[in-house]
Write a protein that binds this ligand. Structure first.
Ligand code: ADP
Ligand code: MG
Length: 265
C-alpha cells in the first residue's frame, strides 16, 4: 500500500456562489507502513486533505493513487478516525467495535476473533459488555481505534484524534498509537496541532502553510519510535525544528496580511 497525492488542489463552492480555495498543489507520498504527521494552522485545509486521501472528497484537480491505482471512492482497507469518536451509544463496546466488520459482511466467528483481538490491543477486552457512556474519553477513543483495527486496515488516517483528551490521557493514547503502529505495520497519517505529538508519532512531519494549504516544510524524524525517544536529544531537536517551521509560516502569513491591509487602507 502506497498513498500518493499528486498536485492536489481543492476549491469549495460556497452557498453564495463564491469559491473558497482550501488546498493548493499539495503532493505527498506515504509508503506502506510509514508514519506521517501533518501539522499546520487551524483552518488551513488539513481535514480536507484527509477526506481526499480516504476517498470521501474528490479534488478539484490532481490525483490520488493507492497502490498505484486511482482512488475512485472509499476503500475498505482505509480507516478514518475523527476527534468525536463516532460511537453508537445504544450499542455495547463489543458491538461498536465490530460494526465495520458486520457492515462488510464478515462471518460471525471471524468477526468475534478480530473484534476481540482489536479490543485487547487497545486494552478494552474486559469492557466488551459495557456501553460507551460508561467509558472515559480516552477509552472511547481507544474503542474508536479498535473498530478501525478490527478491519485490518493498511492505512489509518486520523484527524486530531486526541485533541479532546487531557494531557495525561493524550500521552497514554500516543503510546497506544505507537504500539499499534509497531505491531500492525499499517501506514498512519496523523493530523495534529500538537508539535510534540507530531514528532512523537511521525517519521516525517509535513508542515502546511495557512489556507490554502500548501507544503511549507517536510521534516525527517529518523529516530521516531526508538526506545526512550520522548526524552532524547533527537526528540527535542525535532520539536524545535517543527516549531521554527510553523513560526515561519505564521510570520509569513502575518506579513502578507499586513501588506494586504496596507493595500486596502
Ligand atoms: P483544517 O482541518 O486545517 O482546520 P479544513 O480542511 O477543515 O481545515 O478547512 C479548510 C477551509 O475550508 C476552512 O476555511 C473551512 O471553513 C473550509 N471548508 C471546509 N469544508 C468546507 C465545505 N464543505 N464547504 C465550504 N468550505 C469548507
Ligand atoms: Mg481539521
Amino acid at each position: 500500500m502506497n498513498l500518493s497525492l499528486q498536485h492536489i488542489s481543492v476549491c469549495y463552492d460556497n452557498a453564495d456562489g463564491t469559491q473558497l480555495e482550501a488546498v493548493r498543489d499539495v503532493s505527498l507520498e506515504v509508503e506502506g507502513g510509514q508514519a506521517v504527521a501533518l501539522i499546520g494552522p487551524s483552518g488551513c485545509g488539513k481535514s480536507t486533505l484527509l477526506r481526499i486521501a480516504c476517498g470521501l472528497l474528490t479534488p478539484t484537480s490532481g490525483s490520488v493513487r493507492i497502490g498505484g491505482e486511482e482512488l475512485a471512492g472509499p476503500r475498505s482497507a482505509t480507516a478514518l478516525i475523527l476527534q468525536d469518536f463516532g460511537l453508537l451509544p445504544w450499542k455495547t463496546v463489543y458491538k461498536n467495535a465490530e460494526l465495520g466488520l458486520r457492515i462488510r459482511g464478515v462471518s460471525k466467528d471471524e468477526c468475534k476473533k478480530r473484534t476481540m483481538h482489536a479490543l485487547s490491543q487497545v486494552g478494552l477486552a474486559d469492557m466488551a459488555n459495557r456501553y460507551p457512556k460508561e467509558l472515559s474519553g480516552g477509552m472511547q477513543q481507544r474503542l474508536a481505534l479498535a473498530r478501525a483495527l478490527a478491519l485490518d486496515v493498511d492505512l489509518l488516517l486520523m484527524d486530531e484524534p486526541l485533541s479532546a483528551l487531557d494531557a495525561l490521557l493524550r500521552e497514554s493514547l500516543q503510546e497506544t498509537l505507537l504500539k499499534l503502529w509497531h505491531e500492525n505495520r499499517h501506514a498512519h497519517v496523523l493530523v495534529t496541532h500538537s508539535i510534540e505529538e507530531a514528532v512523537y508519532l511521525g517519521q516525517r512531519i509535513v508542515v502546511f502553510s495557512p489556507r490554502p494549504a500548501s507544503v511549507a516544510a517536510v521534516i525527517d524524524n529518523p529516530h521516531m519510535g526508538e526506545e526512550g525517544f520522548r526524552t532524547s536529544q533527537a526528540y527535542f531537536e525535532c520539536c524545535t525544528e517543527v516549531r521554527e517551521a510553523l513560526n515561519r509560516v505564521v510570520a509569513t502569513d502575518a506579513r502578507s496580511e499586513a501588506s494586504q491591509e496596507g493595500r486596502l487602507a
